[in-house]
Design a binder for this molecule. Structure first.
Ligand SMILES: *Cc1c(COP(=O)(O)O)cnc(C)c1O
Length: 304
């Protein structure tokens, strides 16, 4: 596993306010392993590749639209390693071909096991059992979050990011924000925008980052993966104005909230705010299928 050779651009979003907003385009990290998922897998993979084993296999977990599943499959494909995805929801057993995320993961060589929501809930147990069943495999938790993942997030920070007063990222399992909290400069405030309603996040982030100086803000719109009309409208307008594609589960919700907070005067005048675009645009296709079924406005992004 190599560090990237290209640098990730930081672009200003001109909003005509008394603060400055920038976006770090981690969505451009890798064509298929976008954003934070690349860095979260970095040390996990590096350590695994250093181990002598006779047959490598990456096993991990996720829901039907999981960016982490997509990333793990692409990573396996790139290294010629088999991947096994444990997918939440056994109803998908017969219909996964219609799910764009799973279809693409399969194209990248991933095989699946579909488990009921009940079984899925006890991931600790599943992880242990899978490690016993495949002793030579790398078993990565849901969302890729573990201690190695937190270490990898240091590469999202650089000399260039040191001048910012606020570092913002969307929060799912909390690994990414933990890394930012752990490796930020002492003068920087880290704000995590929760895409999921999960009261255990604060405790988990404290444990993973070994620090307690951060702010969590609910940006979930009522729950993980909930896509309200305003979210779609914001993403479409954001693309029209700034030419940057956001997705509806994490980054669209985070930026909409940041815009609201700027309008509400949350950030002191002249603050320099850096929001991390953590990628995940692969999820748009699946989101649009859901929106279409509900006769809702679609995320209208013509990528060229
Ligand atoms: C997974 C993901 C996150 C959340 O990262 P965690 O480390 O799980 O908190 C944020 N944004 C995008 C686009 C993601 O795919």
């Amino acid at each position: 596993m190599k560090l990237l050779e290209h640098t990730i651009p930081i672009v200003e979003i001109s909003i005509g306010a008394s603060v400055q907003l920038f976006i770090k385009r981690e969505d451009l990290t890798h064509p298929e392993i976008s954003g934070n998922k690349y860095w979260k897998m970095f040390f996990n993979m590096k350590k695994y590749l250093e181990k002598e084993v006779s047959e490598r296999k990456i096993i991990t977990f996720g829901g039907a639209f999981s960016n982490h599943i997509a990333a793990a499959a692409a990573l396996g494909n790139e290294f010629g390693i088999q991947t096994l995805g444990i997918i939440r929801g056994n109803e998908l057993e017969d219909s996964w071909q219609e799910n764009p995320t799973l279809f693409l993961a399969h194209q990248n060589g991933m095989t699946f096991r579909f488990v009921s929501r009940e079984v899925y809930r006890d991931k600790e147990k599943m992880m242990k059992e899978l490690q016993e069943e495949f002793p030579e495999s790398l078993v990565v938790p849901e969302g890729g979050t573990n201690e190695n993942a937190v270490e990898g997030i240091q590469y999202m920070l650089s000399d260039e990011t040191k001048g910012f007063d606020y570092l913002c990222c969307a929060v799912g399992t909390g690994g990414t924000v933990s890394g930012l909290v752990k490796f930020a400069e002492p003068h920087q405030q880290v704000i995590g925008f929760k895409a999921v309603k999960d009261d255990s996040l604060e405790k988990r982030i404290k444990k993973l980052s070994q620090k307690d100086h951060f702010t969590l803000i609910d940006a979930s719109d009522g729950g993980f993966g909930k896509i309200i009309d305003e979210n779609v409208r914001f993403i479409n307008e954001f693309y029209q104005y700034f030419g940057i594609v956001l997705e509806p589960v994490y980054t669209g919700k985070m930026l909409r909230k940041i815009f609201e907070m700027i309008a509400d005067g949350y950030f002191p005048e002249n603050s320099k705010i850096l929001a991390f675009h953590t990628g995940g645009v692969q999820g748009i296709a699946g989101a649009n299928e859901m929106l279409k079924k509900k006769n809702k406005e679609l995320i209208n992004i013509c990528r060229t």
